[in-house]
Design a protein around this ligand. Structure first.
Ligand code: ARG
Length: 456
């Protein structure tokens, strides 16, 4: 492509370090679409003849069909997807192929291809996260009244419902989706036609190509167009945040599936056995989701470091932008699919959850609140009285609501038998009716809104 100036070809190691085709072949669909939009514009503006443009466009269709059928050929002599496609076009249609690259450069070409690719990637992630939300909402609705221990410090804190716990992840995924949607909107400007860095002297119509490729508008600064990859970083940052949420959900499943907890039975389809310990059912898929989050964060970090010291405009370092985005996208797609599958098929052991919620003095706060409400006692004092009741219950090896009234009265004479109505875990969750609270009425109201938002 630059034989006019160079007498010798590249060293083989130069060919190898220089080539991006082993990975940027994943951009082929976007590359063909970008070239077709470009050549249609060149013809309309009278920059190339309609006959040449037609030949180029038909040639690009043939190449797309070849790639679809046989994959993209990898030959390191042709550095990247742009050169592979252009050289194949020359084989197919002859010298007219050389007119395609008028008024553009690989710098704006790759920026365009990559934006298109990331836009498609965001659409895929959005669909995946939508599926995950649906699964969460469905299981939350089934379990809107199922009581479980709620934890702080992984210590039994107050009873909550499983539906409420699952809906917490629905909210996280909702915000993840908004981050991807936001990234999509910001990236949706077309760099094509910025050319190498300075724009072009040809009478191009950048609005036409932007429109043809589904962008909202052309980018407004040619230097910025070819030299920023913030759109890829926006994707990676949104992916990192989403993967952190998935990882926390995965971690809950790992804990819940352990024998001491026994809150869930993981489906066979998402577990593995052990070759020597027949009793084992390992939460491998969840562990890998947890592990993948680390790799996705690594991808984000890699591109941040690549970009941080680069002057304007294009530098070849930026060729390294694609592998981390591709890797993160593949890992995220798998993680979303695995967690969705697990949520859909896991068996929740709600009897076991309830049993543990009832045994952990989880309604101690309810007793303290009752003393405040019914006895007019300051909360600090009520907390102290309740602490003594918990100690007595511990001593007697009884749950709070089974402590005899005399024992409670001996601790504080202001306690009477009405207290038993608030000491059960069901009464406790039912009472937490504040907006966003764990009461089944609140959880069901949120689920109804979520279903409406998801179009269910
Ligand atoms: N393969 C290159 C990349 O991925 C395409 C752009 C090359 N531009 C250049 N001026 N060498 O970044």
């Amino acid at each position: 492509m630059w034989g006019g100036r160079f007498a010798a070809g590249p060293a083989s190691i130069m060919r190898e370090i220089n080539a991006s085709i082993p990975f940027d072949k994943r951009l082929w669909k976007q590359d063909i679409a970008g070239s077709k939009a470009h050549v249609a514009m060149l013809a309309k503006q009278g920059i190339v003849s309609q006959a040449d443009a037609d030949a180029i466009s038909a040639g690009l269709d043939t190449i797309a069909a070849e790639y679809e059928a046989n994959g993209v050929p990898v030959n390191l002599d042709l550095e990247d997807i742009h050169m592979v496609t252009e050289s194949r076009l020359a084989e197919l249609i002859g010298p007219a192929a050389g007119r395609l690259h008028t008024a553009r450069s690989r710098n704006d070409q790759v920026a365009t291809d990559f934006r298109l690719w990331v836009r498609d990637a965001i659409d895929e992630v959005e669909a995946g996260l939508n599926g995950l939300q649906r699964a969460l909402v469905a299981r939350a609705e089934e379990n809107a009244d199922a009581v479980m221990p709620g934890f702080t410090h992984l210590q039994s804190a107050q009873p909550v419902t499983l539906g409420h716990h699952l809906m917490a992840y629905y909210e996280m995924v909702r915000r993840d989706r908004s981050r991807f949607a936001d990234a999509r909107e910001r990236l949706n400007e077309c760099p094509l036609g910025a050319a190498a860095l300075a724009g072009t002297g040809f009478p191009t119509d950048r609005h036409m190509t932007a429109k043809a490729l589904g962008f909202a508008k052309p980018t407004d600064n040619s230097l910025d167009s070819v030299s920023d990859r913030d759109f890829a970083l926006d994707y990676l940052m949104a992916a990192t945040q989403a993967s952190l949420h998935l990882s926390r959900l995965a971690e809950e499943f790992i804990i819940w599936a352990s024998q001491p907890f026994g809150f869930v039975k993981l489906p066979d389809a998402y577990s593995t056995g052990s070759s020597i310990m027949p009793q084992k059912r390992n939460p491998d898929a969840a562990e890998l989701v947890r592990g993948h989050a680390g790799r996705i964060m690594g991808c984000m970090n890699a591109l941040c470091v690549t970009m941080k010291g680069l002057p304007l405009a294009y530098s070849k370092d930026m060729q390294d932008d694609k592998p981390p985005v591709f890797e993160a996208h593949d890992l995220l797609g798998l993680s979303i699919a695995a967690m969705t599958g697990m949520i859909e098929t896991v068996t929740f052991r709600t009897d076991r959850m309830r049993g543990l919620a009832e045994s952990g003095f989880a309604t101690a706060t309810d007793l303290a609140d009752w003393l405040v409400r019914e006895g007019g006692i300051p909360f600090r004092e009520a907390h102290h009285i309740t602490g003594r009741a918990v100690a007595a219950a511990e001593e007697a090896a009884l749950p709070l609501d089974k402590l005899p009234l005399e024992t409670l009265k001996a601790i504080d004479a202001r306690i009477d038998d009405r207290v038993y109505a608030i000491l059960t875990v069901d009464a406790s969750v039912a009472s937490r009716r504040s907006h966003g609270g764990t009461a089944p009425v609140q959880v069901r109201a949120r689920i109804a809104q979520a279903k409406q938002d998801l179009g269910l």
